[in-house]
Design a protein around this ligand. Sequence first.
Ligand SMILES: Cc1cc2nc3c(=O)[nH]c(=O)nc-3n(C[C@H](O)[C@H](O)[C@H](O)COP(=O)(O)OP(=O)(O)OC[C@H]3O[C@@H](n4cnc5c(N)ncnc54)[C@H](O)[C@@H]3O)c2cc1C
Length: 219
Amino acid sequence: MSEPKMPTARTRVVRESERGIYDRDTVYRILDEGFICHVGFVVDGQPFVIPTAYGRKDANLYVHGSAVSRMLRQMKEGVAVCVTVTLLDGLVLARSVFNHSMNYRSVVILGKASLVEDQEEKLVSLRLLSEHIIPGRWDDVRQPNERELKATSVLRIPIEEYSAKVRTGPPIDEKEDYSLPVWAGVIPLGMRAGEAMGDPQLHPGQEVPGYVRHYRRVR
Ligand SMILES: Cc1cc2nc3c(=O)[nH]c(=O)nc-3n(C[C@H](O)[C@H](O)[C@H](O)COP(=O)(O)OP(=O)(O)OC[C@H]3O[C@@H](n4cnc5c(N)ncnc54)[C@H](O)[C@@H]3O)c2cc1C
């Protein structure tokens, strides 16, 4: 099946349209740097937007959770979802209140999720999710048992209808405001790992694995 050409009428960025990006490489780079998305869906006319973890493989996002969570139950039933991922890169301080902004990279995906039913694929998807968040961890720890697997649902969301929006650079002020004696510029922000704190019940001498010591998000 040929895929729809991006943007569709629903995914075209309207305001600051020059910031809209529709190529998969950009979208995948943003998705691969993040691991938290917000899943929006409507139940009985009430919108819910739920933050949750995800992993990506090729043109699919995977989310998981308790088999009885409302989000996963609704998604299983095929409700339309909107998934958003945001990476905040900075606060943009302009010379006027109006022109303050943020630097960011964000992705919006529209579609419907489907349940990963095959047990082997479910395990592969869970591993993928784990490796997306902290590569190296899965093989180091106890694998999920049958009870844990049963209590967990995994859903696949195809990345078929999507958009990215990216803002970079300094503030954009009104011409006449550049002469104002006020500081303007960017406060960079980002997700940084601090120093890992060992569990108080660690075996004495347990080494901190390299993937913990060197954890970083920027790929
Ligand atoms: C960290 C952050 C802070 C922001 N703060 C504000 C704010 O304070 N006020 C404000 O008005 N806007 C803010 N935005 C921008 C906001 O996300 C929308 O882009 C904006 O509301 C304009 O939407 P629209 O009317 O052009 O498009 P809409 O009609 O809302 O959306 C049309 C389609 O455009 C695409 N789209 C829209 N926005 C994005 C996006 N950010 N990323 C990817 N795809 C997108 C989607 O596919 C959507 O279906 C912020 C964005 C980010 C990431």
